[in-house]
Every structure is written in structure tokens, then in C-alpha cells.
Design a protein around this ligand. Structure first.
Ligand code: ADP
Ligand code: ZN
Ligand code: ZN
Length: 807
């Protein structure tokens, strides 16, 4: 029996601790279970990482006992634990929290008290040395071996109280232990009919014969299905069951996913020559069963999806499993329906749009090896596969792979790590690869695969840039012409504007008043239809004023445009065509997004106005014109990746045009017609953009030439948050003096780009370094030593590791 457990405690450090395993737990405790342990005078949750025969040398006398077991079964297996360890170490986040983040929400376990009789209790029960109510309760518990406090109190409600039970515990009759049970998500069971024997007997009734024939064909059918086919079948079934021809069993069922997008079917095409050569290289990587990373750089419409589908077929043929990450699954119904058409039910869906029960079901299907493919958004990187052969990351440049809250991981970077740990192939795909990934390919760390042209040699759309400095109003003459022409030709158009609402903000021209969010340092956006001013960060809302509340002026006016106003103007401009808008306001209802895309596919929409959402990988052959109303919003974002983001966005939007027979046309309106992001996007020149951007990154020592870790402080009091930030700065400086000087540079502390968000004042400090290991070591020291500095100040420290993964 193992006597010692290595335990991870909920701290963002990798140090682990050892505890004795009390005898009663020795048979039950397994790696991957959570335990309650004493730590610095408190009781904390820990994770059993390893079980040992002997304590590590020199700590024996100090070791204490594990107090309680919190899980009935391990939550994860060893390889997954190693993966989580890596994540915890790299993102400086508590291991227990990492593991939790990787589990479906239904498994976020809730603690409950379990009662069991002690030896004393049992003895006294058998000698009847208890009062009648104790006798009754203990008998009941003993019958179940163990009961939860809740169920016991329910059973004997009115007869016993919680306090009584606790006093019996004191008397030594009962044991009370913290335990765990799944919360909302539970497996669902259903009755299933199975066909057992041949149909020969002539004594069967017509109905029975009918049912039996039907069953023979199906083999196995849920009872509910039978009910739909035959009226009141239970009597017939009972006699069939008695005769041994049918058996009725209870089986776990999986909630049906109501996400089938019902788009056009996707037949399996013969691969083109380009696709074939890409597949050939890929297939070698897959067959090697070693870590083989690939970057697939294929222009928009070059047929990347078919590469994914066929690569997965190769993986399945080897008896291994495939994981596919997509930026946001609810936004890419087309990709999903292509996967469904090819793989049917051998596919699990993992994303946050599903209900807890659905998610739990999907997760379990993967866990038990019932499906070989999973497709999902960033958190699907934790899918519990055991024989992973390949991970695909579609649109690998997409910023939604970065989780911005709590555990701030980047799913693409984690895909690299997981594929490596699993000896699997890795396929990152994009028409606009991230600088990091392309750099990795250039340096030979990834094998670069290319699909240089669109399918069937279709040309990329012609892109024109219109300088709107002179101000022709919302839409330039050129865009209006193009829309008009498309209407005449019965083609469809997309208009992209990366800002929702009616007006950006409301201004009083008489006294200069603008309306600011009380919680965030931003102005409120005007939404006309719902007559409100809204904050797009914290969701604060007030009704829109008619007159200026300060000077009473009647001339309040909206400044800057959003998609709502764009839609209105387009409707006025083209009253006879179908105009729709797709942004988070119009797609709040479930499936609204899919329905809009379906109407676009079937030609019911002539002009679709929208935000980012219209950019994502859609493939609609009748869309021939795409207008970008303003390319400048993303360009001015305070982030060193703003040029890259702009280039990606423009190229992706443009990529929606001209996928059918008619060549596409794109017009970009901008105030910065000479900016290289815009010029290179106009020329479809990713490599040119990369070369310019990488020079800029090199000159300024930005990723991928350095690594960044951001320390963010947020607190309710501006003064205290600032003081804490300054103290953090001094700590950083002191650490530099004590030996970190070489290789690490600190920027700040300073006020964050948005100084106030959701009511919190924000400051940050940036650490920059060339050596990742060294930089992380520094960050770990900062976190450890800042504990006292932050304690009791009402200020939270968060650490954000910049996604710039280098192997
Ligand atoms: P990407 O993801 O690279 O933008 P898609 O995978 O959407 O491109 O493919 C673009 C279009 O080309 C789709 O309509 C798809 O059906 C079609 N396609 C892909 N491969 C082939 C092929 N080998 N032969 C014919 N059509 C293809
Ligand atoms: Zn005013
Ligand atoms: Zn706000």
C-alpha cells in the first residue's frame, strides 16, 4: 500500500507537498483525485499527483494526514495530468484550477457531507445501547453504508436535526466526511429494445409480427422510437420479451444535439493537384506517429476544409483519434455541416453554446472512446482522448483562441504542446497565419504546406482602396455603385463594419456633454431601436435622453456609425431589396445566426450588413461584392498586434467575395490608404505583409523575438491600486538587481490602456525577455513575493502570458 501522496495545492507555483494517506483511504485514493489537506493552519483543496511508498528524505516528521477525499473517481488520467501540469507551470495558474478548467461544467463538483457509522456506532447498534431515534437513523445509514447529510435529513425530516447529527458525531457514533457529487449534469438513461431471435413462430399476432420485423431490421431501437411507430406496444413487447425474441435494457442515452445547421450537403470532391501534394506530406507525418507540426497556409477558398477531412480519414484508418479546434463553433455552421456530412455520428461537439447536460454527454462520448473525432472551440483542447493522432487548428490566427479570463491560455499554443506530448500530428491552418506561426515555419520548426490558389483557379477578388478623408458620407460613391450593380445582377453583397449600435456616442453640440459609462473608461454607444445607451464592455444600460440633461439643448446628436445605422441607411438607399444585419444584437437568440446564414445561402438576402461575424470562413458562391465601411477601427487599437489584426481581418473579409463563378470585388474605405496592412491586404500579399511586420517587431523587440508577461492589477480604489502597482514595480526592480538584470526588461508599471473597466481601476507592468524559462522564473518570483504586498488591499493580480509560442 502506498502511504504517501504528493499533492498540488491551489497556488500558482509548481511546488508540491507530501501527506500521509490514512489507512482508510489507502485502498481508494488514486492519482487524479482531489483531497482536503491541512496547509498553513487552513484546510485547502489539493490534487493527488502521485502515490509513493516512502516519504521523500528529510521531511518524515513534518508530514501530516490527508483529511478527506473529495472525489470518488479520478477526474483525469496521467497524460492529461501531465498536460495540465505543463499548463499550470507555463501560465502560472494553480494546477487544481487548470484541471477544473479542462472538465465540462457539469463535473464542477459540489461538496456534500457523507455520513457513515463508526465502529463504536455499529457496536452500540448491535447491542441496542442507543435511544430509539438513534437506533432508527443508524440502521438506515448502515443499510446504505453511507448517506449524504441532505438525504438523511430529508428522510427523517421533523425527527432529527442537523445539530443532532453533529452531536452524534461528537459522541463518536458517526463519521462525517466531505464528499463530492456531480451537480447539474448527469448521465441520462433510456429503455432500449434489442432484437434477439428469428421469426418463425406462427402463433404471433399480426401486431407482434409487425413489431418483430421492424426490430429485426433495426437491431436496436430506443423504446421511445417504438412508441412513435406503433400504438400502445407495451403488451406485445412484454410477450415478445417473455418468449425471448426481444430484450429490453436500460442504456445510457446521449442528448440529441439540435445544432444541425441544415445547409446544403457537401459531396466528397476529388482532391486537386495542390491538395494531393499537401495530403501526401501530411500523411507521412501522420504515419510517423511522432510529433509532426504543420502550418497550412492556403489562400481563402483554396480548399483547406477538404484537407482537414482527408487528413482525419488517414488518422482514423490508423485507429487513432482527431481533435479539431475552430474559432467559434456557433459561427461556423458550414464547417460543422461538412464534418457531419463526412463523418456522421462519429463526431462529438464541444463548446460553450451547449447546455451543461449536452456538454457532459459529448465529453463522455469522447472519454469512453465512442467517438473518434471531436470538434470544438478553444476549451476542446482538453478533450479526453486517449489515442490522439492529430490536432487541427482551423483559422489558427484567430484571437478567440486566447482565453482572456482566469486561466489565460492560448488554445493554439496548447495544441502544439498536447500534440507533442501525444506524439501526434499538428495541423495549423489559415489564409493569414499568425506572425508567430509563420515565423516558426520559416525557422523550420513547422513544416510549411501551401495551397497557393483558389479551387478551380478562381481568381482572388479585385480589391480597391478608397480614401475617405475627403468625406463623402458613410458610403463612398464607389461602394454605392458596386451595391447598385450587384442588385441589378442579382448577386449578393456583404458590408462589414466592426462596430455595433447606431452611433458611437452622443454629443451635445451646445455644451459638449458626452455620456460615459460609470464603470468603464469608454463612452456609451447609442442603440436606436431599443432607445438606449449601452456600454459594450460591462453591459451598463440607460435609456437614451431626448434633451441634454445638462443644458437642456434639443440638439443632441450621434457621432460615429455602427451597424444599426448602416443598416438603416442601406434600407433607405435601396428600399426594394432585402437587407439584413448580423451582429451580436441580432443574433442573441439561439440559432438566429444560423438562420441568417441559411437565408443568405438560399438567396433571400441581397445585402448583409455585419460585424466580425460575417468574416468567419463562410463560403457562399453568390456573394460577389464585399465592402469594408471602415478599416480604421482595428488599426488604432492600443496593441502591438493591431496591424496584424487589421491585415487578417481585411484579408478574411475580402476572402468571402467571388467564391462562385463570377469573380469577386472588394472595396475598402479608410483614412489610412497608405498603411501597409491595408496595401498588402489589397494585393493579397501575406508574405509581403509578414516581411514588413516582422522587421517592425524585430526593431522594437516584440514577439516573436521576445516573450512578454503582463502583470495586471485591478482594484476598487484607484489610489490603492496605484500604490500596489508602484510597490509591484519596486519589487520588480529589486528582483532585477538581485540577479535577473540579464535578459529581462520591465516596462511600467503604468495605467492600463483602458484605465477603468467594470468598475475596477487598472494598472499593469510588462516583463520582456528573450529566454522563456528565465522570464517565467522571474514571473514566479514576482507572484510569490508579491503575496504580502497585495494581501488585504482589495487588489487582484493577474498574470497574462503573451501567446508567442516557440517550441
Ligand atoms: P478555405 O477553407 O480554404 O477558404 P473551402 O474549404 O471553403 O476553402 O473550399 C472552398 C470551396 O472549394 C468550397 O466550396 C469547396 O466545396 C470547394 N472545394 C474544395 N476542394 C475541392 C475539390 N477538390 N474539388 C472541387 N471543389 C472543391
Ligand atoms: Zn448640453
Ligand atoms: Zn461599462
Amino acid at each position: 500500500m502506498k502511504e504517501i501522496a504528493e499533492v498540488a495545492i491551489g497556488l500558482p507555483i509548481q511546488k508540491t507537498f507530501h501527506y500521509y494517506i490514512p489507512e482508510r483511504m489507502q485502498k481508494i485514493l488514486q492519482i487524479g483525485m482531489r483531497v482536503l489537506v491541512p496547509f498553513k493552519g487552513r484546510k485547502v483543496t489539493g490534487f493527488a499527483l502521485d502515490l509513493l511508498d516512502h516519504p521523500p528524505p528529510g521531511v518524515e516528521e513534518k508530514l501530516r494526514d490527508i483529511e478527506a477525499l473529495l472525489d470518488e473517481a479520478p477526474l483525469i488520467d496521467r497524460p492529461m495530468l501531465n498536460f495540465c501540469r505543463w499548463i499550470s507551470n507555463y501560465y502560472l495558474y494553480p494546477l487544481g484550477e487548470v484541471i477544473k478548467a479542462g472538465l465540462p461544467p457539469g463535473l464542477h463538483l459540489k461538496s456534500e457531507f457523507y455520513l457513515s457509522p463508526t465502529q463504536t456506532g455499529m457496536d452500540r447498534l448491535s447491542t441496542e445501547a442507543l435511544d430509539p431515534i438513534q437506533q432508527k437513523v443508524l440502521t438506515e445509514i448502515q443499510r446504505h453504508h453511507q448517506m449524504t447529510l441532505k438525504s438523511l435529513l430529508k428522510k427523517f425530516s421533523g425527527e432529527i436535526s442537523r445539530a443532532q447529527l453533529f452531536s452524534w458525531k461528537k459522541e463518536g457514533l458517526l463519521e462525517l466526511e466531505g464528499g463530492i457529487k456531480p451537480t447539474s449534469a448527469k448521465p441520462k438513461f433510456e429503455r432500449v429494445l434489442q432484437f434477439k431471435g428469428g421469426i418463425s413462430d406462427q402463433t404471433l399476432s399480426k401486431k407482434q409480427l409487425h413489431i418483430l420485423k421492424w426490430l429485426e431490421e433495426k437491431g436496436e431501437v430506443p423504446y421511445s422510437e417504438l412508441r412513435k411507430q406503433f400504438k400502445s406496444p407495451s403488451k406485445a413487447i412484454r410477450s415478445l420479451e417473455n418468449a425471448g425474441w426481444v430484450s429490453v435494457i436500460r442504456k445510457e442515452s446521449f442528448r440529441d444535439l439540435s445544432v444541425h445547421p441544415e445547409l446544403k450537403p457537401y459531396p466528397k470532391p476529388e482532391p486537386t493537384a495542390h491538395q494531393r501534394s499537401v495530403l501526401e506530406v501530411l500523411s507521412k507525418g501522420i504515419h510517423s506517429q511522432r510529433f509532426s507540426p504543420f502550418l497550412l497556409y492556403g489562400v481563402t477558398g483554396s480548399g483547406k476544409t477538404e484537407i482537414y477531412l482527408r487528413a482525419i480519414e488517414t488518422v482514423l484508418a490508423q485507429g487513432r483519434e482527431a481533435l479539431v479546434l475552430v474559432p467559434e463553433i456557433s459561427l461556423t455552421p458550414q464547417l460543422l455541416s461538412r464534418f457531419k456530412d463526412r463523418f456522421g455520428n462519429n463526431l462529438a461537439l464541444l463548446h460553450s453554446g451547449l447546455g451543461a447536460g449536452e456538454r457532459y454527454d459529448q465529453w463522455r462520448r469522447v472519454w469512453r472512446g465512442e467517438v473518434k473525432i471531436a470538434i470544438g472551440a478553444r476549451s476542446a483542447i482538453f478533450a479526453p482522448f486517449k489515442k490522439l493522432g492529430m490536432i487541427i487548428v482551423d483559422e489558427e490566427h484567430d484571437s478567440s483562441y486566447k482565453q482572456e479570463e482566469k486561466l489565460k491560455y492560448h488554445a493554439r499554443d496548447l495544441a502544439v504542446v498536447r500534440a507533442k506530448q501525444a506524439d501526434a500530428a499538428l495541423l495549423l491552418g489559415s489564409a493569414t497565419p499568425s506572425l508567430e506561426s509563420f515565423h516558426n515555419a520559416k525557422e523550420g520548426r513547422f513544416t510549411l504546406l501551401r495551397l497557393p490558389e483558389r479551387i478551380e483557379g478562381k481568381p482572388l477578388p479585385k480589391v480597391e482602396v478608397v480614401d475617405v478623408k475627403k468625406g463623402e458620407g458613410l458610403l463612398s460613391e464607389r461602394v454605392r455603385e458596386a451595391l447598385q450593380r450587384n442588385i441589378q445582377d442579382k448577386k449578393q453583397s456583404l458590408l462589414f463594419l466592426n462596430r455595433r449600435g447606431f452611433a458611437n456616442f452622443i454629443l451635445c453640440p451646445d455644451c459638449g456633454l458626452t455620456f460615459k459609462c460609470p464603470n468603464c473608461s469608454v463612452t456609451l454607444t447609442h442603440h436606436l431601436r431599443v432607445r438606449s445607451l449601452q456600454c459594450h464592455y460591462c453591459d451598463y444600460r440607460v435609456s437614451a435622453p431626448g434633451d441634454c440633461p445638462r443644458c437642456g439643448s434639443h440638439r443632441l446628436r450621434g457621432v460615429g456609425i455602427g451597424t444599426e445605422r448602416l443598416e438603416t441607411e442601406i434600407r433607405t438607399l435601396f428600399p426594394d431589396v432585402q437587407v439584413e444585419r448580423m451582429d451580436s444584437d441580432t443574433t442573441a437568440r439561439k440559432h438566429a445566426h444560423q438562420q441568417i446564414l441559411k437565408r443568405l445561402e438560399s438567396g433571400q438576402i441581397d445585402i448583409l450588413v455585419g460585424t466580425q461575424m460575417i468574416v468567419k470562413g463562410h463560403d457562399f458562391p453568390n456573394v460577389t461584392f464585399v465592402g469594408v465601411v471602415s478599416a480604421d477601427t482595428s488599426l488604432h487599437f492600443p496593441d502591438f498586434r493591431s496591424s496584424e489584426r487589421t491585415f487578417q481581418l481585411l484579408t478574411q473579409v475580402a476572402g468571402r467575395a467571388g467564391r462562385g463563378e463570377t469573380p469577386g470585388e472588394v472595396i475598402i474605405q479608410t483614412l489610412n490608404p497608405d498603411h501597409y496592412s491595408i496595401l498588402r491586404a489589397m494585393e493579397h500579399d501575406f508574405v509581403g505583409f509578414y516581411q514588413e511586420e516582422i522587421e517592425f517587431r524585430k526593431a522594437l523587440d516584440y514577439p516573436p523575438f521576445t516573450r512578454l508577461i503582463n502583470f495586471r492589477l485591478a482594484g476598487n480604489s484607484e489610489k490603492r491600486t496605484q500604490a500596489t502597482a508602484e510597490a509591484l514595480g519596486r519589487l520588480g526592480d529589486a528582483l532585477l538587481k538581485r540577479g535577473y538584470r540579464k535578459g529581462i526588461e520591465i516596462l511600467g508599471p503604468s495605467v492600463a490602456p483602458f484605465p477603468k473597466m467594470r468598475g475596477k481601476y487598472r494598472f499593469h507592468m510588462l516583463a520582456k525577455g528573450k529566454n522563456s524559462r528565465w522570464l517565467h522564473q522571474f514571473a514566479r518570483d514576482v507572484i510569490l513575493q508579491s503575496e504580502d504586498l497585495i494581501k488585504g488591499k482589495g487588489v487582484a493580480l493577474e498574470v497574462d502570458v503573451d501567446p508567442a509560442f516557440i517550441l
